[in-house]
Design a protein around this ligand. Structure first.
Ligand code: G3I
Length: 348
């Protein structure tokens, strides 16, 4: 058995992995227990899985992950209370079943807004009450910034935004605080938090919300990164910037793709990936963890968006952009759970 990654980083931050319930068993389960002290659900705690129909909450799959975390003394991140993706349509339908975003009458729009905010409150309240003693960090809202949005603040023009402005964000955080208590650690989570103009758009929003008294404790940096992008300097600047607001930082969805964006061309199978790619990736992991340790007073958790290379959303992406044939290899364990050069460097 190889030494545990989380033990190695014990003095700095907890090390986590994203999981599907089926990964709690077998080899995945073994690797999880040995190397990670924190877990997060890759999908089963998202709105569409937790409240597929109005008022019909489904906690079955989520509970499996909560139970595993408890039994193995692991921290739990909750991902995610509010998001524009993987959210059921019913949230955005008015009392008559019509899409709220199509309403033109100002009075009716005001009513719809109230209704949607009540739904946000109920969703958040129900979940936070249920898991408040189990969850160590909440992704309260996910990906609310869109640097390509047509408004000058870069607010993602999701149905949440079109119907409520930024009130859905405020209500989500306030409700999480109200029912989670002051011990609930509340995060705003996003990708490309290192890259301009997105970094500053997120910063401006967070600063603004904090000034309005919205209870935000930290920023979640997804960190779906590449071997050469973004730069270590950009990553450092971003963490320091949010820390300057008095906030915690968590690295919430780390993976280091072998490719640029889009991931094309990709190696057709795992066996086609030359060892030199893993060496190149290890150099990146080395610089990254060196940085995280240097900033460890501002970083409380580093979570990989998966366990081993055999299960990663990046494999779906590699396939999708290469006519159905392509793999990626973003983690420190290979597709048979063996350690890669990246493991060796982060343990060194
Ligand atoms: O569960 C169904 C299954 O029944 C069906 O047969 C199958 C057919 O496509 O789809 C399954 O659902 C898939 C689901 O993952 C579970 O595997 C969805 O199609 C697929 O879109 C979904 O992808 C997830 C994606 O979020 C959705 O946007 C990825 O697993 C998940 O890794 C990814 O995670 C996101 C974070 O939440 C937020 N940040 C970005 C990150 C990567 O995209």
């Amino acid at each position: 058995e190889v030494p545990s990654i989380s033990e190695r980083y014990d003095n700095s931050f907890t090390i986590g992995a994203a999981v599907e319930p089926y990964q709690l068993e077998g080899m995945n389960g073994e690797v999880l227990k040995r190397h990670y002290t924190s877990i997060v659900a890759e999908n089963v705690m998202k709105p569409i899985n937790i409240q597929p129909e109005e008022g019909k909450f489904n906690f079955k799959e989520a509970d499996k992950i909560v139970k595993f975390a408890k039994e193995n003394n692991m921290d739990l991140r909750f991902h995610t209370l509010i998001w524009h993706s993987q959210v059921p349509e019913w949230f955005f339908l008015d009392k008559n079943g019509n899409p709220m975003i199509e309403e033109t009458d100002p009075k009716q729009r005001e009513k719809n807004k109230k209704l949607l905010l009540k739904r946000v409150e109920k969703h958040v309240k129900t979940i936070v009450k249920r898991y408040k003693n189990d969850v160590d960090a909440w992704d309260v809202v996910n990906e609310v910034i869109d640097e390509y949005a047509s408004n000058d603040k870069g607010l993602r023009e999701s149905p949440w935004y079109q119907i409520t402005g930024t009130d859905y964000i405020k209500v989500a955080f306030e409700t999480a605080r109200k029912y989670g208590g002051k011990d609930a650690k509340l995060y705003i989570n996003d990708y490309n938090t290192e890259v301009q103009p997105k970094r500053d758009l997120l910063y401006n929003l967070v600063k603004d919300l904090l000034e309005q008294g919205v209870p935000i404790d930290g920023v979640g940096h997804q960190a779906h990164i590449q071997i050469g992008w973004p730069s270590i300097q950009e990553i450092e600047d971003s963490i320091r910037l949010f820390a300057s607001l008095g906030l915690d930082n968590q690295i919430t969805e780390l993976d280091v793709s072998l490719y640029g964006w889009p991931p094309r061309p990709a190696y057709p199978t795992y066996e086609d990936i030359p060892e030199s790619e893993f060496e190149r990736q290890a150099v990146r992991y080395n610089a990254l963890f060196e940085l995280y340790v240097r900033l460890d007073s501002n970083i409380s958790n580093v979570t990989f968006w998966g366990i081993a290379d055999n299960h990663t959303w990046l494999n779906d992406r590699a396939e999708q952009y290469n006519d159905g044939v392509g793999v990626d290899a973003p983690f420190v364990f290979d597709n048979e759970y063996q350690v890669k050069p990246a493991y060796d460097v982060i343990m060194d």
